[in-house]
Design a protein around this ligand. Structure first.
Ligand code: PLP
Length: 422
């Protein structure tokens, strides 16, 4: 075993959901003849029209004289110019902005931009002060737990809950009575729509957060991995926000290119410059083949179009199906609450006063052939004790309708027995 530094120890740890994934992969492998319905996947579904679009733009690139320039040469750290231009034109037109190419950074997947930001703005300053990476609304994407080289910098805030008691629905809200942004804040990050909950912060909540942050000149990263205009996995109306201290961070992963690793950050040139320098040191630049086909799909408008006509309806109908199956199967007398499905590719179920932990529930569900993700992994940076952290599960919408219906039936039975036995 090599001796590791603090950073080495931190980065060689399996964090959050990746630790669970290991258990899931081993469960699936061991199998023992049991068939599992796997509702843990974060991997998006391959949707044929979307795959076909990427195939066509790849063929177009192969046939073009541009091909050699794209794959046989290094490029600029900021990104491949035709992709930058396509994003600038699309966003200026779509949202009436005034972006120049200095507002854009292309990264190898969006995960990397959170890594750059969490360590460029969060962690210890040269004077030894600790700058926090603030997650204003917990639960959140587990990936933020892994990106801080200084884990003590990560600070998440407990939400408030809007509960519709008789309807079995709920929604998290940022708790503005608790949220503190001060000179100790390095940056803020939140996903909108949110993985794991499917929550969409309202435009007003976003304004309020960015207003608080701007008092201290703190960058706010809005993780739009599921947001419009692509993949447009919002099921409620939402307006992307730009300007000032906001960094709009997109990903092409849920628009069919997770393997190509393409993220796009849009924001103030000063902030973009810091992140770009970080990227140059780390990996020089993002791969260019994916950027070249993405440029075509954005420029033609086809990516935005398929997002609205294929990608969004696919997952929205899966959520509706899950909601219907769950409502039918779950006893009305039990305190189960499904988070409002406002976007993303997951459903989030809260079982109030659950007599066992989410981890035990996960194990019991495995016994009936259903795999979900225990919710306690989605509270990175939230140290305080809170029973709610062990009362939730994340259910992926990537399964088939039949699988979802069957799994919700089995889930309801297990949950009912669990409450009855206590
Ligand atoms: N942010 C959120 C909310 C996600 O769910 C994911 C992936 O699941 C990512 C970021 C990372 O995506 P990528 O690095 O593929 O762009």
């Amino acid at each position: 075993e090599p001796a590791l530094t603090q950073f080495g120890t931190q980065m060689s740890r399996l964090s959050g959901v990746r630790a669970i994934m290991k258990d899931i992969i081993e469960t699936l492998r061991a199998g023992g003849g049991q068939q599992f319905i796997n509702l843990s996947a974060g991997n998006p579904v391959i949707l044929p029209p979307v795959e076909q679009m990427w195939r066509e733009y790849t063929a177009d690139l192969l046939a073009s004289p541009e091909y050699g320039e794209v794959v046989c040469r290094y490029g600029s750290s900021q990104g491949y110019q035709p992709l930058i231009d396509a994003v600038v034109n699309d966003f200026n037109q779509r949202y009436g902005l005034n972006l120049s190419d200095r507002h854009i950074l292309i990264t190898p997947g969006s995960q990397s931009v959170y890594f750059y930001a969490a360590n460029a703005f969060g962690g210890y300053t040269t004077e030894g002060a600790l700058k926090q990476v603030v997650l204003p609304l917990s639960p959140e994407y587990t990936g933020y737990g892994g990106v801080c080289l200084t884990p003590e910098a990560l600070k998440a805030y407990k939400p408030t809950l809007d509960i519709e008691e008789s309807n079995h629905r709920f929604k998290y809200r940022p708790d503005f009575s608790q949220l503190k942004i001060t000179e100790d804040t390095g940056c803020l990050i939140f996903s909108r729509p949110c993985n794991p909950t499917g929550n969409v912060l309202t435009d007003e909540e976003v304004h309020k957060i960015s207003g608080l942050a701007s008092e201290y000149d703190v960058p706010v990263l809005i993780d739009s991995a599921y947001g419009p205009p692509f993949p447009a996995l919002n099921f409620t109306q939402m307006t992307p926000q730009f300007g000032g201290n906001l960094l709009h961070c997109m990903s092409l992963s849920k628009a069919g290119l997770p393997g190509e690793r393409i993220g796009v950050a849009i924001g103030d040139p000063g902030l973009i410059g810091v992140l770009e320098a970080f990227q140059t040191n780390m990996c020089i630049h993002s791969p260019r083949y994916g950027q070249a086909i993405a440029a075509r799909a954005i420029q033609s408008g086809q990516l935005a179009n398929l997002s609205e006509t294929v990608i969004r309806p696919h997952y929205q109908s899966k959520f509706a199906q899950l909601e219907a199956s769950l409502t039918e199967a779950m006893p009305n007398s039990l305190p189960w609450f499904l988070h409002k499905g406002e976007g993303a590719i997951f459903a989030w179920l809260w079982l109030r006063d659950l007599p066992i932990t989410d981890w035990q529930l996960y194990q019991n569900l495995k016994k009936v052939g259903v795999i979900v993700v225990p919710g306690s992994t989605f509270f990175p940076g939230l140290q305080e004790e809170w029973a709610h952290k062990n009362q939730c599960i994340r259910i992926s919408l990537t399964a088939t309708e039949e699988e979802i219906a069957t799994a919700m039936g089995r889930l309801a039975k297990v949950v009912e027995e669990t409450y009855l036995q206590s």
